[in-house]
Design a protein around this ligand. Structure first.
Ligand code: VAH
Length: 320
């Protein structure tokens, strides 16, 4: 990759992906796009930015023909809980945006990345050591979007030769840009509330295991996959990624190693609990490790240190 266009650049993953890519490939070689302007103090404004509604293919083609990227990273999407509240809007944005991005990648011969999710699995998927190739019958609109997206990427690769690459992300934990509308967001909110309130009320029940990963490992994995030799990429649908699997009591225990009096309470949201229950407990990442060297660096305790330190620094900076 040399010149990259990123959609959904103001989202939880998009924000850190833009910053990391600009660090590696040069500020001027990474075009951030999103449906709204960045905040006045956003570091995204330090490099090229363009307004883009991903359901508008004409505008997407205009931007691509002007910026002339060699890679398109399509990150714009509604997450699971938001999608469940408005399934038709989710279908239109998640699928309409994706097919436009794939069409433009085909027309302009761009290398292509878009994330799938453990949300692409469903209640009939094996819960433990979930393989990369297995039953995928998700029961959420987000999951239907993700499975459809995986199949669409595989189709554009086999039918048109587009170099499509994708991963199934677990819940991603970060402090730079908080997520919105996700089922796994509890594992981000808990850190902010632990520091700011000393307690957190989880919408996901105790004992609910889900795969998770610290954002630094996610960004590292995207770039490593995109830079991998194409001959090594055997799974054009998507690769399983995970850094760890835990349930709410375990992340609370990790936080108490730094905030001993931290209190975890529960007020379970039946919709997001239902989505979480339909996902695997622990997926298998061996294909990612064997085929292109996926190697996450953060376990739960290392992530807790990074999150607490990152939030403290962020709060200190906003108080000055
Ligand atoms: C969500 N954070 O909760 C996203 C992700 C695996 C979860 O896809 O919807």
């Amino acid at each position: 990759m040399e010149r990259i266009m990123i959609t959904g650049a103001l989202g939880q993953i998009g924000t850190e992906l833009v910053l990391k890519c600009r660090e590696i490939y040069g500020e001027e070689n990474v075009l951030a796009t999103d449906i709204r302007e960045p905040e006045a103090d956003s570091p995204i404004k330090d490099g090229p930015f363009a307004l883009l509604d991903v359901t508008d293919i004409t505008r997407m083609e205009e931007i691509v023909s002007e910026f002339k990227p060699d890679a398109l990273m399509h990150m714009a999407a509604l997450l699971s809980a938001t999608a469940e509240k408005n399934p038709l809007l989710a279908w239109n944005i998640n699928m309409g945006g994706l097919v436009n991005a794939l069409e433009v990648s085909r027309e302009y011969n761009l290398q292509f990345f878009t994330p799938s999710s453990i949300g692409a699995f469903g209640p009939t998927t094996p819960k433990d050591k979930t393989p990369a190739l297995t039953i995928q019958r998700p029961t959420s609109m987000y999951g239907v979007n993700k499975v459809s997206g995986e199949l669409l990427c595989e189709y554009y690769n086999s039918k048109f030769g587009v170099d499509t690459r994708s991963v199934r992300f677990p819940g991603l934990i970060s402090y730079v840009k908080e997520p919105g509308g996700g089922t796994t967001d509890y594992a981000v909110e808990i850190y902010f509330d632990a520091l700011r309130k000393g307690e957190y009320t989880s919408f996901i029940d105790k004992g609910t295991y889900m795969d998770m990963m610290f954002m630094d490992d996610a960004i590292e994995a995207i770039i490593k996959l995109m830079e991998a030799d194409g001959d090594k990429i055997k799974h054009r649908c998507a690769y399983n990624l995970s850094g760890m699997s835990f349930e709410p009591e375990e992340i609370a225990e990790s936080i108490r190693k730094h905030i001993p009096d931290f209190v975890l309470k529960y007020d379970v949201d039946p919709v997001r609990q239902g989505i979480a229950d339909s996902w695997p407990d622990r997926i298998d990442v061996s294909c990612s490790t064997d085929e292109w060297g996926f190697s996450p660096q953060y376990d739960l305790d290392a992530m807790t240190v990074a999150m607490l330190e990152g939030i403290k620094a962020k709060d200190a900076a906003t108080q000055h």
